[in-house]
Write a protein that binds this ligand. Structure first.
Ligand SMILES: Cc1cc2nc3c(=O)[nH]c(=O)nc-3n(C[C@H](O)[C@H](O)[C@H](O)COP(=O)(O)OP(=O)(O)OC[C@H]3O[C@@H](n4cnc5c(N)ncnc54)[C@H](O)[C@@H]3O)c2cc1C
Length: 509
């Protein structure tokens, strides 16, 4: 059979694309996923169904690709969790549901993406959400598949209340809706978790479309490479239960994420020619941008002994702070996550954790293959904090958080001695930089490894509707397509991208 559309990867983007495109009952679509499928929300294991399961160590190994990456010049052993199941990373993430800000899309437009202004993307952010708190506002949606809510302050844990009090007294403005354009400061995080259940694209979009006869889902099926004939993608080579097979389609869409998508392209001979030759892959099409421009939100982990027992496993991310670093030209370029965590490093110490994070880094990294096999992890080099501007802003955030936690009276009775932190290095810029580089960590928001842009941009891999330059019948729709990161956790933006390109594809684009 030749399908009309073949979608590789059933994560945040893939499930949205599959569900929207099969609204047209004449389109036969095959959705391929390397990980397992659970046919209903009730059948999901607890680490996937419930919102608390999010980082490595909590997500079951069978649901995680188990990547590792080089964080910085001084840290080379960083776990990079990525969801490996129907739902992808939307099924394992922390559910903070923040949109990119208007300034992000002004930057995307300046980079040559004139179809991606804030005005053009806003309708798709609205279309995908059902905001239980602000759904009636003009810039929100109330009938999309993804449920979103904020914890009312009376339900916040003691750590969250203390954090908000300290931030308010430090002068940060009140932020009741962090998805309101122009907002900043301290307030409840919007979360795509309803009644404890993570609103992944599997339990929302895909669940509602599963019974369509024109939607075919094949799980436990790894895509090894694209099938290419005369400059055209005609399908994929897959491995399912130890058997290699070929599957064919008029159009193939890569939704395998910021790591999986460039990996599949390069294994198929599409990517930077010198690198492909290094690993013994025949070059089909030289596209230097594939695997370059690796973006993330670099962070560090600070933690203190917690002086009470957290009762609720999903006891974090209720209140959040965004602010602009001193003298930064980038509005809202910093974000801080705070939570009370049971146990510590696999042990028994309850802890307060704080993650001051660069919400828009200027540095970027690179993804490269180790071998010509899909079974070997790509090399991920994030190069966090190599840029002075990134280090300066991160230093300020570390100092601010340490001061608020250690000196504000709101934290008396909440936390005690330091478990992780720079200690005396806080007083000296160079020492703090060394600590920062040695403790750099992922913000879990890898993106931009196959960025869209104008054909005149040598690093652009695809056009503004995801069509891969130089190869017919092939698109990319996932986090890898983003030209740069956004000043927000990126899941809502990846879903918006899928909604927008699905609408364009349905319209024949
Ligand atoms: C631990 C964690 C916490 C996070 N927290 C948040 C948060 O709170 N808020 C937020 O906004 N964002 C968060 N994110 C980020 C966000 O979830 C991801 O950026 C987003 O889900 C990426 O969507 P995607 O469609 O690009 O890729 P994914 O959702 O990762 O989907 C890719 C899919 O492709 C499949 N795949 C890959 N390679 C192959 C192959 N060769 N063959 C077949 N299938 C393949 C994968 O198994 C996966 O199902 C978090 C991410 C993680 C990992």
């Amino acid at each position: 059979m030749i399908y009309d559309t073949l979608v590789v990867g059933s994560g945040s983007a893939g499930n949205i694309l599959a569900s929207r495109l099969t609204e047209d009952s004449t389109r036969q679509l095959l959705l391929l996923e390397a990980g397992p499928d659970y046919a209903s929300t009730d059948a999901l294991p607890a680490d996937i169904r419930l919102g608390y399961g999010t980082t490595s160590g909590i997500i079951a190994e069978s649901h995680d690709w188990g990547y590792t990456g080089v964080a910085s010049l001084l840290r080379d052993d960083m776990p990079i969790p990525r969801g490996k199941l129907v739902g992808g990373s939307s099924a394992v993430n922390a559910q903070i549901f923040l949109r990119g800000i208007p300034e992000d899309f002004a930057a995307w437009t300046e980079m040559g993406n004139d179809r991606w202004s804030f005005e053009q993307v806003l309708p798709y952010y609205c279309k995908l959400e059902n905001d239980h708190d602000f759904g009636s506002e003009a810039f929100h949606g109330s009938d999309g598949p993804i449920g979103v809510r904020r914890y009312p302050e009376e339900e916040w844990g003691p750590d969250q209340r203390a954090w908000a009090k300290a931030c308010r007294q430090a002068g940060f403005p009140e932020c009741p809706d962090a998805n309101s354009p122009g907002s900043t400061g301290i307030g409840p995080y919007p979360l795509n978790n309803i009644a404890g259940v993570r609103q992944s694209t599997a339990v929302t979009y895909l669940a509602a479309a599963r019974n369509r006869p024109n939607l075919h889902v094949m799980a436990d099926c790894t895509t090894r490479r694209l099938l290419l004939e005369n400059g055209r993608a005609v399908g994929v080579e897959v491995e399912c239960n130890g058997m290699v097979d070929m599957l064919y389609a008029e159009e193939t869409v890569l939704c395998a994420g910021a790591i999986g998508t460039p990996q599949i392209l390069m294994l198929s001979g599409i990517g930077p020619a010198p690198h492909l030759q290094e690993v013994g892959i025949t070059v089909i099409h030289h596209l230097p941008g594939v695997g370059g421009n690796l973006r993330d939100h670099p962070t560090v982990n600070l933690s203190w002994n917690l002086m009470y027992r957290p009762t609720d496993l999903f006891h974090w991310h209720q209140a959040g702070l965004r602010f602009t670093a001193t003298d930064s030209h980038l509005y809202n370029d910093m974000i801080v996550y705070v939570g009370a965590g049971p146990g510590y490093a696999g042990g028994s110490v309850d802890h307060l954790f704080v993650r001051p994070t660069l919400n828009l880094a200027v540095g970027n990294g690179e993804l490269r293959l180790r071998t010509d096999s899909i079974g070997d992890q790509p090399r991920l080099n994030y190069r966090y904090f190599e840029e002075q501007f990134d280090r300066e802003r991160q230093r300020e955030a570390i100092r601010l958080c340490t001061e608020l936690i250690e000196e504000h009276p709101a934290f008396r009775g909440i936390c005690g001695g330091v478990l992780d932190g720079p200690g005396d290095a806080l007083q000296d810029d160079q020492a703090l930089d060394r600590w920062m580089l040695a403790n750099a960590d992922t913000g879990h928001h890898s993106s931009s490894t196959c960025k869209m842009g104008q054909p005149s941009d040598p690093m652009a891999v695809a056009d503004q509707t995801g069509r891969v330059y130089g190869i017919e019948g092939l698109r990319i729709v996932d986090a890898s397509l983003m030209p740069d990161s956004v000043r927000a956790n990126i899941n809502a933006t990846v879903m918006m991208i899928a909604e927008k390109i699905a609408a364009e594809m349905a319209g024949g684009y």
